[in-house]
Design a protein around this ligand. Structure first.
Ligand code: BG6
Length: 493
């Protein structure tokens, strides 16, 4: 089965932070892939902007290098690479000054008649306000202009509000695209299809039939070259406030009336608002935070977080586990266990929907006990959707029960490269489709739930514990779920 490629309208993409890590690793490769697949119109233009003084040729060389390092060799086609590089231009701008904006305006000039223009701010959030202000001064914002921003969208509710305001002073909400790249992942889209394009699951999707939900995002990498950023964020701000809560929302939300961006985002917002606050009196039983110590990394022995950071006083958590509860009719009494960490046993992100046991088994002891059904949506590394069910063990010898996964990912049916989340998201910006982007109120509601957890940690005696690199986290995280008579799904797809 081949994928349908629908070309988008002509556009100008301006990437602030055009020589940065995100541009190199994700944005340029993603745009190259879409171009290679024939989705970019002939005169689509991509402009890198950053402080370094580069010529157009030097930027094209930089981009060629980025593609060679971040696109698998078998997906690099010389003709496509040349065509892609010809789309690239570059303008040196120090965004804190008034210089460079005329050059940018000149590159975009004559192209504003109805053309879509997207500004991707792949820079620190402190620059969002100043860039928007300068764009406005340079008359580069009109109704066809879109702004793309990415986390950290604040470090608490107050700073998130300030950021939203700084951007909102110049852009209307329907022009602002807040990226959470987890929403662009294939399996996350599949979750929506599974829930709302099948009659099978929705009747069971509630507290009467679901025992609990687990959301795990485990990584084997450490903080890599990002220690300065990471130490101020930690797992809670880096992963839970955005990626894990967004996944929780998609699992828990009510069916929206239609697939419009706002219908979906309204439903996600209701989930965030129904999350039960974690307070000083509940934090000890519902949260665990920890830091990795020296142990095993993917390629051998690795240092602990503090040695890597060269600061033995940091209390930043590189692992967090939480038990979240949603106080509404659908989910009353169904815990959502969340956990994420760096330097864990394997790279694995998944959502597990654990169904309740059968009310009564008609089978005798020899058949074995029916094991409760579970649906496992694996986001990475190997995308899959598996429904675990009980069957009769085939063959003679009486009734013996056996647990098997029903593979619903149909990997063989679609023998295609699975696109990176950024490919989908970057072009959704051009299409003007905000479904997979976070609305202002969603971001703020997420902080509204997260902030009190930090307050609770301050108030309680609960400390940051440690776990050995290369494991599934601290024993306290295992206790968090086992206290409730449940276990983490460690790698069972
Ligand atoms: C980013 C975090 O948002 O997501 C990183 O800042 C993390 O710390 C990354 O490593 C994980 O993304 P993925 O797509 O590799 O799971």
């Amino acid at each position: 089965m081949t994928r349908q490629i629908i070309p988008v309208e002509p556009f100008d993409y301006v990437i602030f932070g055009g020589t940065g890590d995100l541009a190199k690793r994700k944005l340029l490769p993603a745009l190259y892939h879409r171009d290679h697949d024939g989705q970019l119109p002939e005169d689509a233009q991509i402009i890198g902007a950053s402080r370094s003084d580069k010529s157009q040729k030097e930027y094209r060389d930089f981009a060629r290098d980025a593609l060679e390092n971040h696109v698998p060799a078998d997906q690099l086609n010389a003709e496509s690479v040349d065509r892609f590089l010809k789309r690239l231009d570059y303008v040196p701008i120090d965004v804190t000054t008034a210089e460079g904006w005329d050059e940018l305006a000149a590159l975009l000039d004559g192209r504003s008649n109805g053309r879509i223009r997207a500004f991707y701010l792949a820079v620190g959030p402190g620059l969002f306000g100043p860039i928007c202000e300068q764009l406005n001064k340079a008359h580069l914002i009109d109704d066809n202009t879109r702004l793309v921003i990415e986390k950290p969208l604040g470090r608490d509710l107050e700073s998130a509000r300030e950021l939203n305001k700084a951007v909102g002073d110049y852009f209307k909400e329907d022009q602002v695209f807040r990226i959470d790249h987890y929403l662009g992942k294939e399996t996350v889209q599949n979750l929506l299809a599974l829930r709302f394009a099948n009659a099978l699951f929705e009747p069971l999707w509630n507290a009467s039939h679901i025992d609990h939900v687990q959301i795990t995002v485990a990584e084997t990498v450490g903080v890599e070259g990002r220690a300065a950023y990471y130490d101020k964020s930690g797992a809670m701000r880096d992963m839970v406030q955005n990626h894990l809560l967004q996944l929780l929302c998609l699992v828990a939300m009510e069916p929206p009336a239609n697939g419009d961006a706002d219908s979906i985002r309204d439903e996600k917002l209701k989930v965030l608002r129904a999350l039960r606050p974690i307070t000083a009196s509940t934090a000890n039983d519902t949260t665990v935070r920890a830091q990795y110590s020296a142990g095993a990394g993917p390629d051998g022995k690795v240092d602990g977080y503090l040695e890597e950071l060269q600061d033995e006083d940091s209390t930043t958590a590189t692992f967090v586990a939480l038990k979240a509860e949603i106080d509404n009719w659908r989910w009353a009494g169904v815990p959502f266990y969340l956990r994420t960490g760096k330097r864990m046993a394997m790279r694995m992100s998944e959502i597990v929907i654990q169904f309740r046991p059968v009310p009564h088994s008609i089978f005798g002891e020899n058949a074995g006990k029916p094991i409760s059904n579970k649906l496992v949506l694996r986001l990475q590394p190997d995308e899959s959707v598996r429904q675990w069910i009980m069957i009769k063990d085939p063959g003679p010898g009486g009734m013996r029960l056996r647990r098997l996964p029903l593979d619903m990912s149909f990997a063989e049916t679609f023998e295609e490269r699975s696109p990176d989340a950024y490919e989908r998201l970057l072009l959704d910006v051009i299409r003007g489709n905000q479904t997979l982007f976070m609305r202002r109120d969603e971001v703020e509601a997420a902080w509204q739930w997260i902030d009190p957890i930090f307050d609770a940690w301050e108030e309680t005696t609960q400390t940051v514990t440690s776990y050995t690199a290369g494991t599934w986290g601290p024993s306290q995280a295992i206790a968090l779920i086992e206290r409730d008579g449940r276990t983490w799904n460690d790698g069972d797809q």
